[in-house]
Write a protein that binds this ligand. Sequence first.
Ligand code: ATP
Ligand code: MG
Ligand code: FE
Length: 345
Amino acid sequence: ATILSIETSCDETAVAIVNNRNIYSNIVASQIDLHRTYGGVVPEVASRQHLETINLCIEQALSEAALDWEQIDAIAATVAPGLVGALMVGVSAAKTLAILYQKPFLGVHHLEGHIYASYLSEAQLQPPFLCLLVSGGHTSLIYVKDCGVYEMLGTTRDDAAGEAFDKVARQLKLSYPGGPIIDRMAQTGNSQAFALPEGRVSLPTGGYHPYDSSFSGLKTAVLRLVQKLEQENQSLPINDLAASFQDTVARSLTKRTIACALDYGLNTIAVGGGVGANSGLRKHLTAAATEHNLTVYFPPLKLCTDNAAMIGCAAADHFNRGHISPLSLGVQSRLAITDVMKLYE
Ligand code: ATP
Ligand code: MG
Ligand code: FE
């Protein structure tokens, strides 16, 4: 199916046209420069900017794909989870187009979209596989069983992986978003310079949760280290701190992902979300997967971070199975990935 899809859950205004796993156009207007002055995403600013940019993105997506409306089978938009005001802009636009051009409408779960990024970059990928979803708001290990059928095997107890990168970057007085900057700094740093705690989640029955992550202790450890060095009037070894932090996160994620894949007998791992761009994670996870005879896929950077092509790819799979959303479907700030089928009639 050919889908026009819209993504406005956070700070990217994105519109794409895809035919199943083929991308015809993939427009992403990032608001990062606008939010950088505030050190993070300001919801009101995001909604207003989506509103100002969306029409242009739709026009551009259509003209780059060189399609007209007859060739579009359905219109899709991210409905959850995300910033409500931001989601509403994309969903309103999608529903308006659906009514105007008499096309079916499909609401899409943002995280299901991140999973589908791997289908766009790996034409042969089929479930079952394990998805490591590491983004600004999530650190999840998801057992992908089929379209719309997911089991959440691991999560984070506090900060998401991307959030940890952004917060530690702020502690090191680096700009926003911190993930790519820390990654760059880490290239010339010594990852063995500082021993940092990986962070674990205790089980009530004793021992530790094998798949859950916790990054707040690690973040505090970096803060203490920075404060100590500053008190001693030492200049901050930022590159070594960045490299040590990144290595700790990468090793922690790798350990959990490999354990989970082996325990569940899944020999394919697909990574999704912005932290999937991290060079430390790519290095550690690729090496560990090779060692255990597992296959790991990392989508290209443009498909790791927020985009509408991944939303369209998920919508196409649902549409091909006859799933359609009612036009009365509303946006939701939170929605578990195990509840995606609630979006369809
Ligand atoms: P969610 O999908 O959970 O709602 P999001 O869509 O805002 O969150 P993404 O756009 O997938 O998240 O990813 C953004 C995050 O990825 C930011 O926290 C950013 O710092 C991080 N990030 C991007 N590139 C890198 C990198 N090379 N290394 C580490 N982190 C990175
Ligand atoms: Mg983003
Ligand atoms: Fe996202």
